[in-house]
Design a protein around this ligand. Structure first.
Ligand code: KIV
Length: 300
């Protein structure tokens, strides 16, 4: 995947931004063509069909979403991992709809070409279908996302169907589902026993039959993920589910080395941003204390 040009990013951002005037140039044929380069849910299905892997990362704010978008990421997930990763919560359960809408808005402003999917947080879709539909709609209408994700298999099939019926695309999520942390007794690999594995296959089929356009497989054996991937026509996006999924997702702060609390086996660290940021802060503190910042060039 080639990184998109700055022109694409700027034009696309403006086209998606719900705020501010649209530039006149947007109405020229060329600019519309540029805007239309943004990825859609249809592209994800096409990629599976063509054997092209789907690269997904989480983001929670404008500047980092913009960098991922310019790097050519296919899908950006505004995960409810925002709770532990950004807000410092112990798990994802306290995250609210208002928090998800706020972060989704920021991410959408940064994405010109990537598909933006936003998580439905705990208690926003489990109580009844009307509430699930309203909250899914909020992530699209107020957040600007193009799709929503929710956790569960057969138990949420009716919910997925209800949301899809109002033309909101849905990503499913099965296996190690963080919103079920208390049932699972912690973040444990799921589907190791045969009965659990059969249930997860049934869950995956139920999610597909309900109309989801993709499904996240989290924390399950690689062989089971391969079996589910072969059984479904929709793309599987793995996290801790081996290499045979149609795509992969990781939490951005994990690959950047910004999450020091814990580092699961499935994470690969691609940078040491913690050292970079600590070093920059230490340099700044030293220069302020020494009176060497600000210099002449920073003064009026
Ligand atoms: O909330 C999240 O970030 C997620 C992904 C890790 C799949 O659900």
């Amino acid at each position: 995947m080639q990184p998109q040009t700055t022109l694409t990013a700027v034009a696309g951002s403006v086209a998606r931004a719900p705020f501010g005037p649209l530039p006149e140039a947007l109405f020229s044929f060329d600019e519309v063509a540029v805007v239309n380069k943004a990825k859609t849910v249809l592209d994800m299905g096409r990629m599976k069909g063509q054997g092209e892997k789907i690269a997904v990362l989480t983001a929670y704010d404008y500047p980092l979403a913009r960098l991922l978008d310019l790097a050519g990421i296919d899908m950006v997930l505004v995960g409810d991992s925002v709770g532990p990763v950004v807000a410092g919560y112990d798990n994802t359960l306290p995250v609210t709809m208002d928090e998800m809408v706020y972060h989704t808005r920021a991410v959408v402003r940064g994405c010109a070409q990537a598909l933006v999917v936003a998580d439905l947080p705990f208690l926003s879709y489990q109580v009844d279908l009307a509430e699930a539909r309203r909250n899914a709609g909020r992530l699209i209408k107020e957040g600007g996302a193009q799709a929503v994700k929710l956790e569960g298999g057969e138990n949420v099939a009716a919910t997925i169907r209800a949301i899809v019926a109002m033309d909101v695309p849905v990503v499913g999520h099965i296996g190690l589902t963080p919103q079920s942390i208390h049932r699972m007794g912690g973040y444990k690999v799921q589907g190791k026993q045969e009965t659990q594995a059969r249930q997860l296959l049934a869950d995956a089929r139920a999610v597909e039959a309900a109309g989801a356009f993709a499904i996240v497989l989290e924390g399950i054996p690689a062989a089971l993920a391969a079996e589910i991937t072969a059984a479904l026509t929709i793309p599987t996006i793995g996290i801790g589910a081996g290499v045979h999924c149609d795509g992969q997702v990781l939490v951005l702060h994990d690959i950047l080395g910004l999450c020091e609390k814990y580092s699961p086996k499935f994470v690969k660290r691609y940078a040491d941003a913690a050292a970079l940021i600590s070093g920059a802060a230490a340099d700044y503190i030293r220069e302020v204390k020494a009176g060497t910042f600000p210099g002449e060039e920073h003064s009026f």
